[in-house]
Design a binder for this molecule. Structure first.
Ligand code: NAD
Length: 339
């Protein structure tokens, strides 16, 4: 199959590109705008091994209709997996415009171009955050849970999910939406909880934890999420929505303590900081539909996955330095400086 993967230079996209090239004969075209979160370094080995043959990189924006159409035609694309997005909730609170442009308008452009080009497979990658927040004893989110996004990020993702729904119902366009819980693993940009805490702890700097640290997330190893996306691509029912999760609900503070424990550092590095505005209390995923229809199951236990991730960051110190350019440092200094 000839696949267009968007956002392939980001965290999950780069893991997925590697998985597809390693495990199938597919040809991958990666369309990425290379925002602060996208880095060609993530795929340096892929470029070396497969560049110009089974792997092609196109620098550009999913919102650029002319470019997307040209890529579809010239690269004879047969399927699309859309990972491209602005993804950091804190940034969406600071400035939501880029989130609306990419996550809604960009996703719409991809859908529209793919529909017109007659591309028969389209997976749109979304998030558990579109469902809003759970109380401690609420049942986990199912695909039937009403959408109730609480941040500009999740509202922009929910908007695109609804466009996918509309494209299936109005045009019969066979799009599949996947919604996944919090990912962790290699190549995650160090603004998200696990790599940020690793970075701070490894330098013996204070670890900023929002509020009381009791916010709960479900954690999934990135490779397990990528496997789910791939199952949705190859076996997904047109028009379906599939939840994926890691069956690993953990409070943020417990994740931070587990990280300190792996690194052999003391809990005195923890600093509670003013909570994120509108911070969702708890997310949890019921992924029984994906288990039944796709055979999806997370394979990696959280503590084992976390230890593996910490080892990866330890072995890739140079990557960590190189992805932190000036704009990232500036954003982090302003954001945590205000808190
Ligand atoms: P990321 O921020 O690490 O990477 C996003 C990538 O998209 C970057 O390479 C960036 O350059 C690219 N991009 C941004 N705007 C673009 C545009 N207009 N055109 C082309 N490329 C563009 O994100 P991630 O964590 O890898 O997330 C990937 C997808 O998975 C997103 O859609 C996100 O909503 C979803 N998701 C993420 C998580 C998670 O825990 N990280 C969980 C569930 C769902």
């Amino acid at each position: 199959m000839r696949l267009l993967i968007t956002g392939g230079c980001g965290f999950i996209g780069s893991n997925y590109v590697q998985q597809v090239l390693n495990e199938t004969d597919d040809v991958v075209v990666n369309l990425d705008k290379l925002t602060y979160a996208g880095n060609r370094l993530n795929l340096a080995q892929v470029e070396e091994r497969h560049g110009g043959r089974r792997y092609h990189f196109v620098h550009g924006d999913i919102g650029d209709a002319e470019l997307v159409q040209r890529v579809f035609d010239e690269k004879r694309i047969e399927a699309v997996v859309n990972f491209a997005a602005e993804t950091h909730v804190d940034r969406s609170i600071h400035d939501s415009a880029p989130f609306l442009n990419t996550n809604i308008m960009g996703a719409h452009n991809l859908l529209e171009c793919a529909r017109k080009a007659g591309i028969e497979r389209f997976v749109h990658v979304s998030t558990d955050e579109v469902y809003g927040s759970l109380e401690p004893n609420d049942p986990a989110f199912s695909e039937e849970t009403p959408l109730a996004p609480n941040s500009p990020y999740s509202a922009s993702k929910a908007s695109a999910d609804l466009l996918c729904r509309a494209y299936f119902h109005t045009y019969g366009y066979p799009v599949v939406v996947t919604r996944c819980s919090n990912n962790y693993g290699p190549y995650q940009f160090p603004e998200k909880l696990i790599p940020l805490m690793y970075l701070k702890a490894s330098r013996d700097e204070p670890l900023p934890v929002y509020g009381d640290g009791r916010n709960v997330r479900d954690w999934i190893y990135v490779g397990d999420h990528c496997r789910g996306v791939d199952l949705a691509l190859r076996k997904g029912r047109p028009g379906a929505v599939y939840n994926f999760g890691g069956a690993a609900e953990r409070a943020n503070i417990d994740v931070v303590k587990a990280m300190l424990n792996i690194l052999g550092k003391g809990e005195d590095l923890i600093r509670y900081v003013k909570d994120r505005p509108g911070h969702d209390k708890r997310y949890a995923m019921d992924f029984s539909l994906a288990a039944r229809e796709l055979g999806f199951a997370p394979s990696l236990d959280f503590e084992e996955g976390l230890a593996r991730t910490v080892r990866w960051y330890e072995n890739n110190a140079q990557w960590l330095t190189q992805v932190q350019d000036g704009s990232y440092r500036e954003f982090m200094a302003n954001w945590y400086g205000e808190r």
